[in-house]
Write a protein that binds this ligand. Sequence first.
Ligand code: ADP
Length: 407
Amino acid sequence: MSNKLVLVLNCGSSSLKFAVINATNGDEIISGLAECFNLPDARIKWKIAGKKGATSLPANSAHSQAISYIVEEIINKEDGLAEQFAAVGHRIVHGGEKFTESVIIDEEVLEGIETCSSLAPLHNPAHVLGIKAAQAAFPTLPQVAVFDTAFHQSMPAKAFMYALPYNLYKQYAIRRYGMHGTSHLFVSQEAAKILNKPVNQLNVISAHLGNGASITAIKNGKSVDTSMGMTPLEGLVMGTRCGDLDPSIIEYLVTRKEYSLTGVMDILQKQSGLLGISGISSDFREITENYEKGNERATLAMDMFIYRLAKYIASYAVPLGRIDAIIFTGGIGENSHIVRTKVLELLTVFGYQIDSEKNKAAILGEQGIITKNGSPVAMVIPTNEEWVIAQDSLALASTDSLALASA
Ligand code: ADP
């Protein structure tokens, strides 16, 4: 198959991120975002070869209208572009225990994604809508599902089980699944290239620090532990999510303080983390600005974010034994030299010595090692989840077309 372009779709409940990626080199031909679905001000914006476009969509538009617009008004307006598509790749948040790798979407896979909706009620139903709309728009192209959870399916039971009665796992699939798998996979593979080591001999700790944040222990190229759990609420301090917490707090607020359960969950998911502690913002740039001005609660939010992150990194020495590198990625990991410095300072017991010049240079998409020669290695690697999705989609589309040819 000579076609190399993949339309990558990341469908949320109220928005849809899209990109057209050259799967062989990661070049981004188009990128964009449709948002405010099911609202009067539904809209879409995009970028092609550096040129930006934006327009409103008909009121109350959602996935299918947005995909129609992307196909008819953006892709088809570029001469010969659609003819170069090899596949449509869909980012799927939750694949449960059913999906351990990317797959071509057929009826059974679609049903499987729907079944996993109980584990990701905000995301998986939106993915199904996006897949159906993309199937209608591109009936002849293979559609591929790439799961955020798949990379973590290699975790051993001692890492993925909660210490709850075993039948809750057997009956309801309550266990830790982990997220951000495509990102952790991508940066670990890039680290292998930088360190000139085969991936299957590489032990790294990868910290994906964006609005959502998770950290993964990767041993011999495979995920062996990760900080997110059954849902993306567990683990690190995040933009608006609380991360690790004593579950009795929920009971205390509901039974003693007359909060509703929905209200408490809204607090844990949308009003906690950096936003809840600082009272200022969930955006790390604003936290940093206020921290630099000496604001007490921004400083506390920053300190808590860094402290918990460093504790997780230290704890992953247990499953790994040997740590070849710590990797920082995601908007905060790729840009905040302050976070990286302070985290490594808390890890001096491991001998990390930061190189402040290299650390400050690693921003805005620059990758590189940020520790001194002779120190254990920490590095910054900009993530590229879309490229992983495009690569998997192209690889599966190629085998699919070979299978059809030989059938
Ligand atoms: P998402 O999880 O939505 O994909 P990103 O990976 O884009 O998030 O990361 C967003 C976070 O990165 C925000 O908190 C943002 O403030 C932070 N960020 C972006 N640029 C910088 C910067 N220069 N310094 C500190 N934080 C930054």
